[in-house]
Design a protein around this ligand. Structure first.
Ligand SMILES: Nc1ncnc2c1ncn2[C@@H]1O[C@H](COP(=O)(O)OP(=O)(O)O)[C@@H](O)[C@H]1O
Ligand SMILES: [Mg+2]
Length: 147
């Protein structure tokens, strides 16, 4: 196949289903931050044999601190990843302030969420000598972030 044709075909074939460059979707002026996970079934495409979330339901009220607690591998990061739309659920709906995430502009959605990874936070505690309960940094983060 000639190079230009091949390039075009590769480019077209590689448009992802969840497209960060898409201009589509709503950008609400105000966000309260009420998140709902409704009857979520989820399987990572690379591991079709493992159902990671099965009929999973969670309400995350706005204006409150919500902790996801569970053993390693129980699905905490997956839930955060779904809220940021790195993947879409196989079944079920995720709503932000009552709107399905799929109807929101993706870049706008990701701009509403701040994630501090565990590794960076642990490094901060290690370097600063702070402890997690008395940590001003954590308090500051929680005042404007989902974690
Ligand atoms: N990118 C991925 N591809 C395939 N499987 C994954 C991926 N990320 C996590 N998993 C699997 O999904 C399950 C939940 O993992 P995860 O959400 O990372 O749990 P936690 O954050 O609670 O430790 C585990 O079985 C894990 O191996
Ligand atoms: Mg995790």
């Amino acid at each position: 196949m000639p190079a230009p044709k091949l390039t075009k075909r590769l480019t077209r074939d590689r448009v992802p289903k969840i497209d960060i460059y898409s201009e589509e979707g709503e950008c609400p002026k105000q966000v309260d931050g009420f998140l709902e996970f409704l009857n979520i079934n989820f399987i990572y495409p690379s591991r079709p044999g493992v159902q990671v979330l099965q009929n999973f339901n969670l309400l995350v009220p706005n204006g409150k601190i919500t902790a996801l607690v569970g053993a390693s591998g129980s699905g905490k990061s997956t839930i955060v990843g779904l809220a940021e739309r790195w993947y879409d659920p196989v079944e079920g709906q995720i709503l932000l302030d009552g709107q399905d995430l799929k109807r929101l502009n993706l870049r706008w959605l990701r701009n509403q969420i701040s994630l501090i990874s565990q590794v960076h936070f642990q490094q901060y505690l290690l370097i600063s000598g702070a402890n997690a309960v008395q940590c001003d940094y954590l308090r500051e983060c929680l005042s404007w972030s989902y974690w």
